[in-house]
Design a protein around this ligand. Structure first.
Ligand SMILES: *Cc1c(COP(=O)(O)O)cnc(C)c1O
Length: 497
């Protein structure tokens, strides 16, 4: 299997090269040149494996330059009860008849990003070895909260790597700040920046592309890499849990082999739902892919009209991980739907960066509508939904997942479709305790973050993930706060240059 760039179809690299490079030099994203197909029997057989073996089976179709031993080294290290709180890794909870919550947040940072960021370090170090990049990999991350913590947990103490995360001093939640300041591991660093997320991001990008810095790293036997969500190494692990959950439902007798299901995904950067699209085209019987957005509904409009327009107000919502106006992974979908038309992709994404807007052709609009349904909801509806399903089904979900549940209800009302449905549940409710507790109780709470967690535990009867419960007593290790202008100096000093 080779990988093409969405902006140049003649680019052809191995998966190890795609993963270490992250993004193609032409600015395009790496896409496998074909989608491997699974028979129904193969999918059913997945149900008899443990999660690490399920993942290894899917990876063997995409990472064909990896040996079986290399793949198993990655999956066995990433997907074990050492890192995840449940044996099944991706737990399925029953919400109501024919509706299943795929809980992807039993990992170390309590959000679905762990599913990919637990394995990415192993993919990266293995890939680097395979292509004889005999260098220490230095990961730089700018984060607005979730990604930074998940990357820190993924890379901590992974041999041959180190990681440095920058976050905006006043731009993350108190819990997210605690999570990062108390980070453990011998190869990790965390630093607050006096500025906003964009300042962090711009600084990191500037350091990445600074040829002087690159040379200095090179001399020391180091290289930069990115844990960003456009890396194919972050997307491919997400395909696994859609194949896995279908196989699991067949095994449990909830659906018959071959029966179609819907998949609902609370969406931001379009990575998670794109993985569901890949699973569908590998052979998982899927009826509709339902794309749920919060009030930053650029994707809802795009799927419904074919016009992508980021020229709009940006809202900070109670589902912050979906507060995004540019969904990078949409580029991969459009590349596939246009039959790999790199010229069109360059044209559309060029327009997106100059005018903030592009419109796809009518045949592409029709193809999108055939595969996807899109909807959105605001914060009031999100909280109402949390309250409703808490009352009705004694199930407590987080704000992002609630957006998905609400859009799914709207879909059912609009279409009358009774197809059985998997809803991707992307974060533990404890990670967004303030909003969830307010929704459950129908009033704002003035407790502190930890007392809110205790209160929520009392009301929901769900165990508090140890990763969050333990935070209270962990010592803070990282208290550096720097000016924007000091970022480069800080990176070099931290790396001992
Ligand atoms: C990142 C994230 C999302 C959005 O996922 P995308 O792959 O970016 O679409 C949804 N929910 C939570 C909790 C997240 O952390």
């Amino acid at each position: 299997m080779f990988y093409n760039s969405t902006r140049n179809s003649t680019v052809k690299v191995s998966s190890a090269e795609a993963i270490t490079q992250g993004i193609s030099t032409d600015g395009g994203l790496f896409v496998p040149e074909s989608i491997p197909e699974l028979s129904l029997d193969e999918i059913k057989a997945v149900g008899d494996m443990n999660y690490a073996d399920r993942a290894a089976f899917i990876f063997s179709k995409y990472l064909t330059d990896f040996t079986d031993a290399e793949i198993h080294y990655c999956t066995d290290n990433a997907y074990s009860t050492k890192n995840f709180e449940t044996e099944s890794i991706a737990e399925i909870a029953h919400l109501f008849d024919g509706t299943y919550m795929l809980e992807l947040w039993h990992g170390p940072t309590c959000a679905f990003k762990d599913m990919a960021l637990q394995i990415l370090p192993y993919f990266l170090t293995t890939s680097a070895k395979k292509i004889n990049l005999d260098k220490k990999i230095v990961i730089l991350v700018a984060t607005s909260g979730d990604t930074g913590k998940a990357a820190l947990e993924g890379f901590r103490d992974v041999e041959g790597t180190s990681i440095l995360v920058f976050y905006p001093e006043d731009g993350v939640s108190p819990m997210q700040k605690r999570q990062m300041k108390t980070q453990e591991g011998s190869n990790v660093g965390v630093c607050a920046l006096k500025g906003n997320f964009d300042d962090c991001q711009n600084g990191v990008k500037a350091i990445f592309t600074d040829s002087d810095v690159k040379k200095q790293l090179d001399d020391k036997g180091m290289m930069f890499s990115s844990a960003n969500s456009i890396n194919w190494g972050r997307l491919v692990p997400q395909i696994v849990y859609y194949v896995s959950s279908y196989a699991e439902l067949v095994k449990d007798g909830e659906i018959t082999a071959g029966e179609k299901i819907n998949i609902v995904v609370p969406t931001g950067n379009f990575g998670n739902i794109l993985a569901a699209y890949y699973a569908k085209h590998m052979g998982v019987p899927v009826n509709k892919l339902i794309c749920a957005s919060n009030i930053n509904n650029v994707l809802t409009d795009f799927i419904n009209t074919g016009v992508y327009d980021r020229n709009r107000k940006f809202y900070a919502t109670v589902s912050p991980s979906m507060d995004i106006l540019i969904s990078s992974n949409l580029e991969r979908l459009l590349y596939l739907l246009t039959g790999k038309n790199d010229i069109l992709i360059k044209e559309w994404f060029g327009k997106l960066s100059t005018e903030g807007k592009y419109e796809v052709s009518d045949d592409i609009k029709a193809k999108i509508k055939e595969e996807f349904f899109a909807g959105c909801c605001d914060d009031v509806q999100t909280k109402q939904t949390i309250h409703e399903i808490y009352e009705k089904y004694s199930y407590t979900c987080d704000t992002h997942t609630a957006v998905a549940v609400k859009v799914y209800q709207d879909y059912k009302n609009a279409t009358g479709d009774n197809t059985k449905t998997i809803i991707a549940s992307t974060a533990s409710p404890y990670k967004f305790s303030a909003a969830v507790l307010e929704a459950v109780q129908n009033e704002k709470s003035d407790l502190d973050e930890y007392d809110m967690i205790d209160k929520l535990a009392e009301l929901s009867n769900m165990p508090v993930p140890s990763a969050l419960a333990d935070l209270r007593n962990k010592p803070e290790r990282f208290n550096d706060v720097i000016e924007k202008a000091e970022q480069k100096k800080y990176v070099l000093e931290t790396l001992g240059i």
